[in-house]
Design a protein around this ligand. Sequence first.
Ligand code: F0G
Length: 468
Amino acid sequence: MDWKWKTIIEPFKIKSVEPLGITTRAEREAALEQAHYNLFNIKADRVLIDMLTDSGTGAMSAAQWGGIMNGDESYAGARSYYNFEREIRSLTGFAEIIPVHQGRAAEKILFTVIGGKGRFIVSNSHFDTTRANVEFSGAEAMDFPVKEALDFGRPAPFKGNADVAAMERFIKEKGARNIPLCVMTVTNNSLGGQPVSMENLKAVRNLTAKYGIPMFLDCARFAENAYFIKQREKGYAQRPVKEIAKEMFELADGAWMSSKKDALVNIGGFLAMNNRDWSAKARQLLILTEGFNTYGGLAGRDLEAIAIGLREVLDENYLQYRIRSAAYLGEGLLKAGVPIINPPGGHGVYVNAKEFLPHIKPQNFPAQALACALYLEGGIRGVEIGTLMFGKRDRNGQYLPAPMELVRLAMPRRVYTQSHIDYVIEVFAWLARHKKQIRGLEVVEAPPILPHFTAKLRPAGKPQPAKV
Ligand code: F0G
């Protein structure tokens, strides 16, 4: 874009508005207690700025809403399915396009087909639902992030990359026949929404091809990744983002997508590949759990909105604003003395709670404590990525410290404006001045799988009322 000004403005005007959940501190204090200090249990209308996730929380465009009215709701052979298929095929180049209701449905189907005991899936980093679905099938999910990914404070352009040498050592050790798939998550959500370079995708492609292992993309945020490549990788500055995205897909044998991110919709996903043996098995499971081949758990109108969203997301004015917004939040937090994964990711900013709250032990969930304090003081909802989310316990039920204690501030697409972000920075600056007052938490109860969604907590060391 020919833009000579420093200010990157939101490249849209607002046609329909929703009120924010304005509450008092006392109301939020009561809400937190009622929610057992788990922000997933807070009613959304009690949240002022919701940065829990960027998944399904975006605003659709007028064109997408128009598409919703044009949705074809036929059970079989709906026109909207063919629009969806055409759009995904032209972007990814894959032959088999399977609609699903969201990303994890694709994961469940794929790993039921190719997972199982004794097998390993290798990745730059599995997202938590991906890992859970791999493990549920009996297989093991192995992450090979580059070393700089774990050096949170030090900036590097492609912290989402995979450590190719470490991956190769693992493949040699376990034998390629036990590794049915390599998955590259773009961008790398678990480690800060950081991008993967084209060079790294090519290197992983060459490695996996050498051992006959297919490589898939978990492409929930493919457009953000492609934009980072354009900005940061040599030789891509003049290339349209759409071409860069196509080049990413050309390197892969398949992909799945939670369309709730970069397809700019509130629900949906797909699984795409060329392997007809896998896709035939996947379609059997699809019909069993999701629905027929031409709707896969979605309404025709959803398929229509996804097809339009996949085109809109590649608009470079949108992507410039999108990536700049996260960077703006990151810069504001750093200035306020809040440590983050640096540089900020594509879909949000990850605060390093371990460094921010050194007085809270990992067993008392510093990132969860920070997320709760952020809600209490500012009505802002983020999400913990730390000891509670990973939930590993020893034989005595004691929590094992996770390697990281992060609070992710995810940014819904096209929803908040710069003044909302300025407010978030102001609340954080206040927290930075009063952080000694933030106290740790302890778990009252938590399930074994994906514990962070439903765990109940309470302030650590607080005397509990006697049971009558
Ligand atoms: N893969 C990645 C990289 C994701 O970020 C997500 C979801 C999924 C797969 C699963 O997709 O939610 O549609 O079933 N991430 C959301 C988040 C939940 O908040 O980051 P889903």
